[in-house]
Unconditional design. Structure first.
Length: 127
């Protein structure tokens, strides 16, 4: 899989058919038998390998590049923001009653939290 970075296309994940090259080389250099014996047919052979490369660093970098944005404020200044899609958020809702002393508000907030937390990953903080 490739991604179009600002500098051009680059791999973010690869799946490579290494055939039996690596194990054959290892067998030749080490002198250790790398053959597999099939228990049903009795055939012996050096297995083929599929190499999957996946780096978390690449995934994070691609995410940052994809969701990075600069916005201009009303006063003319600019700021950098990262606009992650809501589907990536581990917590979908936070219920934060504004006044801990207001029992009605806390009761309502708890009711909302109980309802939402049955369906979504939520946080509650009355502090």
């Amino acid at each position: 899989m490739e991604y179009l970075y600002p500098r051009g296309f680059g791999e973010i994940q690869g799946i490579h058919n290494r055939t039996n090259f690596d194990l054959t080389q290892h067998q030749e250099v080490s002198g250790k038998d790398m053959q597999y014996s099939d228990p049903y047919t009795g055939k012996r052979y050096i297995p083929r390998c599929i190499e999957a490369s996946f780096g978390l660093g690449r995934q994070v970098m691609v995410s940052m590049l994809e969701f990075y944005d600069e916005e201009t404020l009303e006063n003319g200044e600019s700021r950098v923001v990262v606009r992650f899609p809501k589907q990536l958020a581990p917590i979908k809702f936070a219920v934060l009653p504004l006044v801990k002393k207001d029992e009605k508000q806390v009761e309502l907030a708890e009711k909302i939290f109980k309802h939402l937390s049955k369906i979504y990953k939520c946080e509650y903080d009355d502090g």
